[in-house]
Design a protein around this ligand. Structure first.
Ligand code: GDP
Ligand code: MG
Length: 673
């Protein structure tokens, strides 16, 4: 790269513009703002990177070898290379623009090193460029000249000043507010015979002469030099011949740069070019690129470009910090957790990012700053909105869970009015959701959550309906069990004395119990807040269950073993006991066959009686429920199938036969006694 001779000895300097007219090492020419980090590193090294506007920029102009670098080093404690050192080290002085921070001050000084003037064309070109560059950036320009050069209008200095004025007009003509700069003339090797005031008058006459010869841009034909520049004059004695006097005068001059209360304090704020320290590098390199491409140097545009570039950079830093802050919460959010105090957290994260941005970026072009701030805010808010939406979905889940468990715990606690319980739980769930959703809103964002709320309401209502249905089902089952219990004994009793009105009694008994239980159920279900249709279908379901219970009870009663028992008992009552209930002792004269037939036929009549659910008058019971596969009318009526009846009679006959044989035998044994 462009290694500088003896670079190490310039550790406190930076070569801003190289001899080859490149902006610090590594700037890529063209429109691109890509640049090396030389200047930013230097700014950081000398501790000015966060100075904002709290720094000053000076440039020095003057012919070659007029002691400029020597003056700067004396005034500001800098270490710019002077001709003495160059000669001692036998190096040729390096052209370009050098920059250094003054010792114990926030002043950045640019030492402009031209050529020795032999190649005039080249020299003038660089002179013009460096003048443009210095005026676009510096508040104060020191013009260094020998006393004997004063009044020589044709002198090299005057050419330089002409260039300075020209480029100044070019530079600031587009600005509505006129930028001002201060020119300090330092007259060197002042002998003292001509007083400073005389020299000053001479210089001012020259300046006016130069100004009048300039061709001014349209609209500025009559502008005055004083509209653009303020002037100060000072003189210094010969450094080598009168070193003590020179040093004393330097000390006096220093005060104008250091003491704000000094009547000639040089850094009037109006001179400041309003480039924040952290943007100096981008701005200066942009200006230099424009100058090198011979484009019109439009400072407002440059400031806007700078603002865009820097605001983007600062915004990126702000986003980095923002990311760091919300990372943990984002992880929790992804895990579907409800994050406590999310709203405040998000507001704070956003404020932290905006604060970082505002601190540095607010110094830049206001419209650009405002626009980029809005961009940043949108960027952070869209990230936060994702968290907001995730929080809503987590809230949704937890609300549903809480809703369910609150109802369940009340249900298990026993006494409750379900409708009341449900509406209270719904209200609590909704209110809490709204409250928490509002709480996790970012300040000022006012994000809506109507859709999420509607979704929650729908789900809660569905859930409520489901819970109510479960509750109704539980009540139905309970009632069914009660019916089952209630019919068990009485129906068994009815079947113990089977006769032609047996089914009438079963039916009326059953209907009485059912009526009571339906009424009880309806009373209870008032608490479910059910509609008439719902109640109707519940009652229908209840009746269906009751009929199934009845059918199960009948089935149990007519099981094969029960039926056989009934038949046998019936048979035995007639066959083995007389009409007074006294056991018979068979005598051979007894008509065993006759008794047997009568008792058997009597018992066999039970089979058809039990087989069909038929009332005394021959009608079938009215079953007031729709037919289903498990519960068809005929199934309820047909208690015993034909084949079962057949089996029953066969088996019963066998056991009756056995009793008959036993009776026969007993007469034989009675006779033999
Ligand atoms: P620059 O090229 O303008 O930066 O000048 P330098 O600071 O390198 O100095 C050029 C020469 O002038 C050196 O040899 C210095 O010693 C000498 N010099 C510095 N200050 C003065 C001064 O006040 N009077 C005279 N006559 N010579 C000086
Ligand atoms: Mg020099």
């Amino acid at each position: 790269m462009h290694s500088v001779n003896g670079a190490d000895s310039y550790s406190d300097n930076i070569q801003l513009i190289s001899g080859e007219q490149e902006f610090t090492h590594g700037l890529f020419p063209g429109e691109s703002l890509t640049l090396s980090d030389e200047l930013p590193r230097y700014m950081a090294k000398v501790g000015l990177d966060h100075a904002g506007f709290n720094y000053n920029l000076i440039a020095v102009f003057g012919s070659q070898s007029t002691g400029k670098s020597t003056l700067l080093n004396k005034l500001f404690g800098t270490k710019f290379e002077t001709m003495d050192e160059a000669a001692r080290k036998q190096t040729t002085k390096v052209r370009g623009i050098w920059m250094s921070r003054g010792v114990n001050s926030n002043i950045l000084i640019m030492d402009v090193e031209g050529t020795d003037g032999r190649e005039r064309g080249d020299n003038q070109d660089f002179e013009r460029k460096s003048a443009l560059f210095s005026l676009a950036t510096s508040e104060v320009i020191i013009v260094n000249l020998w006393e004997h050069q004063v009044g020589l209008y044709q002198g090299a200095n005057m050419g330089l000043l002409k260039t300075v004025f020209e480029v100044n007009l070019q530079l600031f003509q587009k600005n509505s507010t006129k930028e001002r700069s201060l020119l300090i003339f330092v007259i060197r090797d002042h002998v003292g015979t001509t007083p400073l005031s005389n020299l000053q008058t001479l210089i001012q006459a020259d300046l006016t002469k130069i100004w009048s010869t300039l061709s001014k841009p349209a609209g500025l034909e009559n502008c005055q030099i004083e509209e653009y520049f303020d002037f100060q004059f000072t003189a210094l004695s010969h450094k080598i011949l009168m070193p003590d006097k020179f040093d004393a005068e330097i000390a006096v001059l220093q005060k104008r740069f250091a003491e704000k209360s000094h009547k000639d304090y040089v850094f009037n704020p109006v001179y400041h070019k309003r480039i924040p320290a952290d943007g100096l590098s981008v701005y200066a390199s942009g200006i230099w690129t424009q100058i090198m491409s011979n484009k019109d140097l439009d400072l407002p545009t440059q400031q806007e470009l700078l603002a865009q570039y820097r605001c983007d950079e600062i915004s990126a830093l702000a986003v980095e910090e923002f990311n760091r802050i919300i990372k943990v919460v984002e992880a929790n959010s992804n895990a579907g957790r409800v994050i406590p105090d999310l709203g405040n957290f998000m507001t704070e994260a956003r404020e932290a990012a905006l604060k970082i941005f505002d601190t540095e970026a607010s110094r830049y072009h206001n419209q650009v700053y405002q626009r980029k701030r809005e961009d940043l805010r949108n960027k952070t808010d869209s990230r936060l909105h994702v968290l907001f939406v995730a929080q809503l979905s987590a809230l949704h889940k937890s609300t549903i869970t809480e809703f369910q468990s609150s109802i369940q715990s009340k249900l298990s606690s026993g006494s409750y009015d379900f409708a009341n319980l449900l509406s209270t739980a719904l209200l609590i769930a909704e209110t809490r959701f709204i409250e928490q959703a509002n709480k996790c809103n970012v300040e000022g964002a006012g994000w809506a959550f109507d859709v999420e709320l509607d979704l929650l309401k729908t789900e809660l209502e569905e859930l409520g309906t489901k819970l109510r249905q479960e509750e109704v089902d539980r009540a139905l089952n309970r009632t069914e069990k009660q019916i089952r219990n209630a019919i068990d004994e009485p129906i068994s009793m009815v079947f113990k004395k089977p006769d032609l009105e047996m089914w009438d009694r079963v039916l009326s008994l059953f209907n009485d119990i059912l009526d009571i239980e339906v009424e009880r159920f309806l009373n209870h279900s008032k608490g479910f807040n059910a509609t008439d249709e719902e109640n109707e279908s519940s009652v229908e379901e209840l009746k269906r269950k009751a009929w199934l219970a009845l059918r199960a009870k009948i089935d149990e009663e007519v099981s094969e073993s029960n039926m056989l028992l009934k038949l046998r008992e019936n048979f035995e009552d007639k066959f083995r006991y007389d009409s007074e209930g006294v056991p018979r002792v068979w005598k051979p004269s007894d008509d065993i066959d006759g008794y047997y037939r009568a008792a058997r036929d009597e018992a066999l009549k039970l089979i058809p009686l039990f087989s069909l659910f038929k009332l005394r008058d021959g009608s079938e019971p009215d079953i007031p429920i729709p037919q289903t596969e498990t519960l068809s009318h005929s199934k309820l009526i047909q208690v015993l199938s034909a084949s079962k009846q057949h089996d029953l009679s066969t088996r019963f006959k066998k056991s009756a036969d056995a009793l008959y044989v036993e009776a026969k035998r007993s007469t034989i044994s009675n006779v033999s006694q």
